[in-house]
Structure formats: C-alpha cells, structure tokens
Design a protein around this ligand. Structure first.
Ligand SMILES: NC(=O)C1=CN([C@@H]2O[C@H](COP(=O)(O)OP(=O)(O)OC[C@H]3O[C@@H](n4cnc5c(N)ncnc54)[C@H](OP(=O)(O)O)[C@@H]3O)[C@@H](O)[C@H]2O)C=CC1
Ligand SMILES: CC(C)(CO)C(=O)C(=O)O
Length: 305
C-alpha cells in the first residue's frame, strides 16, 4: 500500500513512520522548509512505545511526481487546509483516497465539496505528539490511536487494507463503521478540553479544583452535543457524561494541543474548532454562548495574521 502523508508534522510524521516501519511505501509530501530540515536530520520518532529513525525518507514537494498513491493521510493544522486542496486534487485524480485526521469537523465538508464525497474517508486520532528542534516527532502519551472508517460503501476495501497494514504497525488502529459519530464525539471532547484549557491558560488539574470553572467545560460539552444533534448526529447525554468522566480522569498536568500552542505563542486552531462550531450553529438556528465566550477569550492569542 502506498501511503502519502500530507502534513509531515507531529501527527503525520508519527503515523507515516509507523507505516514505513511496518513495511509500507510512504511518501511525505512536504513544503520546502520542512524538506530541507528532513534532508539535513532525517526523520525520527522518540516514543515510549519505541524509537524509529529513517535517514532518507521519500520526500516530495510536487504531488505530480507521486506515483500510484493509494491513500493520503492529511494531517495539517486546520488553518493550513486551504493550502492543501490543489495538491489533494492532483492525488485524487491519480486514484488516491483522502483520510483527514485533523481535529474538528468543518474540514470534512470543505474536502467533500472540493474533491468529491466518495473520495473522503472519515478519521481522527488520539495521541500527544510534537516536533522537537530537529523536526523529530516526540510522542509523550501512552496512547497512539488512529481511528478511521468508510463514509460510503465504496471506501470499505481501502479501509480494510489500511486496517490490515495498521495491524502490523506500532499503533492502535480502529476501523469504525460509524466514523462520523466518532469524529463528532472527538469534536465535542476537544472543543471543551481545548476551549477551557486555552481560555483559562491552565492544564486540567487546577481547572477541576474550581467547580464553577469545570462547569464551563461541561457546558461546552453540552453545547456541542446540541450542535451535533442539530446536524443529525445522535450524540447522547451518556456521550456527554463519558467525555466529562474523561476530563475528570486526566492527569493534573494534562492539557490540550491548543493550550500548548498558546504557551508557545504559535497559531491556534481556534477558528477551525470553535469558530466553525459557531458558523454551523448559525446555519442551524442555534446559539452556543459558552463556545462564543471561548472564541472571544482566546481570539487575541490565536496568532493568525
Ligand atoms: N499533535 C497532536 O498530538 C495531535 C494533533 N491532532 C490534530 O492533528 C492535526 C495536525 O496537528 P499536528 O501534527 O500537531 O500539526 P503540526 O504543526 O505538527 O504539523 C502540521 C504539518 O503540516 C505541514 N503543512 C502545512 N501546510 C502544508 C502544505 N500545504 N503542504 C505540505 N505540508 C503542509 C506543516 O509543515 P510546514 O513546516 O511546511 O509548515 C507541518 O509540518 C491538527 O488538526 C491537530 O489538532 C490531533 C490529535 C493530537
Ligand atoms: C486530546 C488530545 C491530546 C487527544 O489526542 C488532542 O487531540 C489535542 O489536544 O489536540
């Protein structure tokens, strides 16, 4: 199976290298700066699940030079999605399926509209990873899960092939028949987790110590459930309760990638997550006051020009 990684950052670098380690052909479609960094240092994973180094991974800066791609894992930040669409179109025309693993949901409509519904597979990931100064992937969680599944029956075969490949790789891979439901569950969770940690600028521990503060996170979960329901996704009160239990079960120091980006003064995926929720809510005639509050509080730190 020929796997293309578009977005060879923390997440794409991790899963791309794990697939290469499992024997797949993996091409990293990168921009110039990242290409130079990888040519200089190679690509590597530093992980409690085992390190892996590759001196000269297959790099490409022009999608026209990629032959016979089977699947493209899209792992750019939400604010870079628009810049990938032309490359993705070239790869779809060459027969590739597109598997986006970004947090959020708005990208699904954008990709389906631009590239055709039948070409977009559903996906998400649970991992905590970042890049170090050399551009190596530093994986710091004990979980490293890729979840994917078909959104129509024509995608079942490629998803099964990816499942087979994943079973040989150092990762947890879950083929999910109701992938859109799973994506919304993650969207609900991440909106609350990244919303509260980034807005308050604290990890989850101190937030939980103050019941009024933790209540904001629970309200964010409930708003996202309401939004999902308005979009015909049947998230339930049990799903909200499970997400709340997950927030209660995290280590005190645990925090979201968006909060880590705020600490580093990097651009934030705020518009892609909370901004998109507000846009969708407006279309559905809903108001999401807690989500709007997060949007307003975090916007000065979003660092997007
Ligand atoms: N990191 C994590 O632990 C987790 C991340 N996620 C989600 O995964 C997504 C990716 O996050 P993450 O891996 O952390 O992000 P990173 O910033 O580490 O990686 C994104 C990569 O995309 C590259 N990129 C951007 N635009 C293009 C383009 N047009 N062509 C080629 N490459 C491009 C960037 O390269 P360049 O150097 O050229 O800018 C960068 O290396 C986000 O939606 C995030 O929320 C979800 C779960 C956990
Ligand atoms: C919650 C977590 C760490 C799970 O992968 C995540 O997606 C994020 O913080 O962006």
């Amino acid at each position: 199976m020929h796997v293309v990684i578009l977005g060879a950052g923390a997440l794409g670098g991790y899963f791309g290298l794990r697939y290469q380690e499992a024997g797949a052909k993996v091409t990293f479609l990168v921009r110039e700066r990242r290409a130079e960094q990888i040519q200089k240092h190679g690509l590597a994973i530093r992980s409690p699940q085992g390190d892996y180094n590759v001196k000269d991974p297959i790099l490409c800066t022009d999608p026209n030079n990629i032959e016979k791609p089977d699947i493209v894992i899209v792992s750019v930040k939400g604010y870079h999605l628009a810049g990938t669409l032309d490359s993705l179109q070239v790869l779809v025309q060459k027969g590739a399926y597109i598997l986006p693993v970004l947090n959020g949901i708005e990208h699904m409509d954008i990709l389906q509209e631009k590239l055709g519904e039948k070409n977009i597979i559903g996906g998400l990931s649970f991992i905590i990873a970042t890049l170090n100064e050399q551009g190596y992937v530093v994986h710091s969680s004990d979980f490293h899960e890729l979840v994917f599944g078909p959104l129509n029956s024509s995608q079942e075969e490629v998803c099964k092939r990816l499942e087979e490949l994943s079973s040989k790789a150092v990762m947890t891979a879950t083929y999910h028949p109701s992938i859109l439901y799973e994506q919304w569950k993650k969207y609900m969770f991440i909106s609350a987790f990244s919303g509260i940690t980034t807005a308050i600028n604290l990890p989850i521990g101190p937030i939980r110590e103050h019941k009024e503060t933790f209540a904001i996170a629970v309200n964010l979960l409930q708003e996202m459930k309401k939004l999902a329901n308005a979009c015909q996704i049947k998230l339930t009160d049990d799903d909200v309760e499970m997400a709340k239990e997950k927030l209660l079960g995290l280590n005190n120091e645990a925090t979201s990638s968006m909060h880590q980006d705020r600490r580093k003064q990097s651009p934030l995926e705020l518009d892609h997550l909370h901004g998109a929720a507000i846009r969708l809510a407006k279309q559905k005639g809903l108001t999401l006051p807690y989500t709007n509050m997060v949007l307003g509080m975090v916007k000065p730190f979003a660092n997007l020009t």
